[in-house]
Ligand binder design. Structure first.
Ligand code: 13P
Length: 259
């Protein structure tokens, strides 16, 4: 089965986006519970992305474990007069390995533009962070048949400033905005179709190596459909990642799919 072969060449990837939830103590507790539940599972790369205030504490809790630390956003400049912002070198200093960029909530509520995402992706790669680039159409865009155009536009801008050798390390999350936090999901078939569209935007050398995730109301009982979808290598999980049991069930499903 070609999709199985293709997936076997890429390590599955499951990321937890805690969004604006949990203070340090609760975050550390959740991180420890996740490590205890998934620590022995091989294969999927697992990244926890707590809010910035908990990065240090959660990072310490993850030290010496296979579970990685990630951030939810960052600025594109390494330092400067940008009140409230955090830079890539600061995230590296905290032990972050990855950073979510261009999440639809950043685009929708904080005015993040396509070209900003491109700058951030370039800065992240430049500092050795794995960008988890989010793309996805809104409900209105989907209903008016603009899904493919929106994905192409967002992704083109996100990778525009990268050199070809920086492309394969990217992780791209397809997160339809209408599926985030709603309990609605795309079908596996739709996710596979968009994953192919995403890969087609990378050159031949990178297309087979970029990992594409599905995100939007991922739960233990629907993750199977996405892991079976050709070209989907894992998930970006919001709500369900706040529950160690649910999140680790998703990680275990990804481990099984990798075999
Ligand atoms: P939910 O899993 O809560 O729908 O959130 C998805 C998401 O936005 C992850 O980045």
């Amino acid at each position: 089965m070609p999709s199985g072969r293709a997936r076997a060449a890429r390590i599955p990837f499951v990321a937890a986006n805690w969004k604006m939830h949990l203070t340090r103590e609760a975050g550390v507790r959740l991180a420890r519970d996740v490590v205890a539940a998934v620590g022995e599972v091989e294969a999927p790369e697992v990244v926890l992305c707590p809010p910035a205030t908990s990065l240090d504490a959660v990072g310490r809790a993850l030290q010496g474990t296979p579970v990685q630390l990630g951030a939810q956003t960052m600025h594109w400049e390494p330092q400067g007069a940008y009140t409230g912002e955090i830079s890539a070198p600061m995230l590296v200093d905290l032990g972050c390995r990855a950073v979510i960029l261009g999440h639809s909530e950043r685009r929708q509520y904080f005015g993040e533009r396509d070209e900003d995402v491109g700058r951030k992706v370039r800065a992240a790669r430049g500092h050795g962070l794995t960008p988890i680039v989010c793309v996805g159409e809104g409900r209105g865009e989907r209903e008016s048949g603009e899904t493919d155009a929106v994905i192409s536009r967002q992704l083109t801008a996100a990778i525009a400033m990268l050199a070809p050798d920086q492309l394969p390390a990217l992780v791209v999350a397809y997160e339809p905005v209408w599926a985030i936090g709603t309990g609605l999901t795309a079908t596996g078939e739709e996710a596979a179709r968009v994953a192919a569209l995403i890969r087609a935007q990378f050159g031949a050398a990178a297309a087979g190596r970029v990992r594409v995730l599905y995100g939007g109301s991922v739960k233990p009982d629907n993750i199977g459909e996405f892991l079976e979808a050709p070209g989907i290598d894992g998930a970006l999980v919001g709500g369900a990642s706040l529950d160690a049991g649910a999140f680790s069930a998703i990680v275990r499903a990804a481990a099984t799919a990798a075999r």
